[in-house]
Design a protein around this ligand. Structure first.
Ligand code: ADP
Ligand code: MG
Length: 452
């Protein structure tokens, strides 16, 4: 283990020298637990951290580790125990310009997801003001606050920012509870295990009801489908908190009514508060975000490259950040500032990587699985409803996500006429506009496609 520790420390030291600001953000939270030639196991505080760290910093750190060790290890993560205080790096790397932390900080919240790091534009202005209001205004009328919007648009960021603000102004650690609906579900399931049902449930209810002043639930859509007990428990938790004047903030990738399998009484509770949507950022906001992110990470990017990224990466903020870091990594590798051509090439690579993931065959596979039919049924001429509905849905998804022409779609589905394809796609569009439940189903399938 000595060798990996030495390499790990060297990589940390290098990272801290080259990117002190970025290093400061994650360094106290990751620990090397074990390593062999092929796999390095890192201890981290949360599942959420894994995603964030893997998206933002691991690629850079991995590149350094690879250079230093001459090997290409894979990384695995293990969650550190909950009460684990942040760990310092194994040895403080020489030259690390660590800025002393002056603010009080909630250990379960991501430090960089604060209000002052959230860039406000037309796409998120309302969500941002509602978030500030619920975090700081004692008479806030927006309760519960329900924030919805596509992936990577800042919902989790706002949720943590609310938590930080609440914590700084009046909260104790236990009074601010941040949880993903998946974790809520898992914790509930383990609390109800027969062997520790009594103490388990007592602890669970203390955490979510008695001690809690503000409950922040991320990605509520994952609670659907788990009807029965978990939704029931969540409903009572919700009521309990609501009736005692506690605050609730919920995020989701869609409108409450569109969450397939979510009980009506929960839908109506969510609709009883304020519902705000975060949309995709417009061009000026994208430029603003990029400038902020570059400054925060101490990255120098010329204006024309900021413009180029903002004009070409439109879908979400996570991807904007990804493109910025990718280009910065290129600059570091070549030890020069990246010119426009190299940046263009980099963006093309990022885009093609993304587009390569989804194909008509993938859509057919995922849709068939979802509806429990065989892929060849979608390509057949059978007209049974069990088959026609998934076929229409799959055609619609090919049109929407792959921008395929109607004849092209037809040939992927066993040589159907383009007018058949057009009428299938239109049928789905009409139903989407009218049937919330159907829209929820399509949303579920899309989530699966996006997470391939
Ligand atoms: P979501 O939860 O909606 O999928 P996140 O909150 O995880 O999205 O945001 C993805 C990334 O984009 C995070 O790194 C977050 O800090 C950043 N981000 C999103 N919106 C903004 C914004 N308005 N200003 C600054 N950073 C943002
Ligand atoms: Mg999120």
């Amino acid at each position: 283990m000595d060798e990996p520790i030495r390499t790990w420390n060297e990589a940390l030291a290098r990272f801290s020298r080259e990117r002190p600001q970025q290093f400061k953000i994650w360094s106290g939270q990751v620990r090397l637990l074990r390593a062999d030639d092929a796999v390095w196991i890192l201890g981290v505080p949360s599942k959420f951290f894994i995603e964030w760290f893997s998206d933002n910093y691991l690629p850079l750190l991995a590149a350094d580790l690879e250079k230093l060790s001459g090997k290409t290890p894979a990384f695995k993560f293990e969650l550190l125990p909950e009460d684990n205080t942040p760990v310092p790096a194994l040895t403080p790397p020489a030259g690390a310009a660590l800025v002393p932390e002056t603010r009080r900080r909630h250990p379960r919240l991501n430090e960089s997801y604060s209000f002052d790091r959230f860039v406000v534009g037309d796409s998120n202005r309302l969500a941002h003001s509602a978030a500030i209001s619920i975090a700081s205004d004692p008479d806030c009328r927006y309760n519960p606050l329900y924030i919805h919007g596509g992936t990577g648009l800042g919902k989790t960021h706002l949720l943590h920012a609310i938590g930080h603000h609440f914590f700084e102004s009046r909260g104790t650690e236990r009074s601010i509870v941040y949880v993903t609906s998946e974790d809520f579900l898992n914790q509930y399931v383990s609390a109800t295990r027969p062997q520790d049902k009594q103490s388990g449930m007592k602890e669970f209810r203390e955490r979510y009801r008695r001690n809690c002043d503000i409950l922040l639930v991320d990605d509520i859509q994952f609670i659907s489908g788990n009807k029965d007990a978990t939704q029931e428990e969540f409903f009572h938790t919700f009521n309990d908190l609501y009736e005692t004047g506690k605050r609730l903030v919920i995020t989701s990738d869609r409108f409450p009514k569109e969450i397939h399998g979510l009980e009506d009484r929960l839908v109506s509770r969510f609709q009883g508060g304020l519902i705000v949507q975060i949309k995709e950022p417009d061009l000026p906001t994208r430029k603003d975000i990029l400038r902020h992110k570059a400054k925060e990470s101490a990255i120098y990017v010329p204006d024309e490259i900021v413009d180029l990224i903002a004009e070409n990466v439109e879908s979400n903020v996570r991807e904007l950040e990804g493109a910025l870091h990718h280009i910065d990594a290129l600059a570091n590798l070549t030890k020069t500032t990246v010119d426009l051509d190299t940046a263009r090439e980099a963006i093309r690579t990022i885009r093609s990587k993304k587009e390569r993931i989804l194909t008509a065959e993938e859509i057919i596979r995922v849709v068939s699985l979802f509806f429990n039919v065989r892929p060849q049924d979608l390509k057949s001429h059978r007209r049974h409803k069990l088959v026609t509905e998934p076929r229409q849905v799959a055609m619609y998804l090919c049109r929407k996500h792959l921008k395929m022409s109607f004849p092209d779609i037809g040939s992927h589905f066993g040589g159907k006429d383009h007018s058949t394809v057009i009428s299938s796609v239109r049928k789905v569009e009409t139903r989407l506009a009218k049937e919330a439940k159907f829209a929820g189903t399509i949303g579920d399938i899309e989530t699966r496609l996006m997470s391939l």
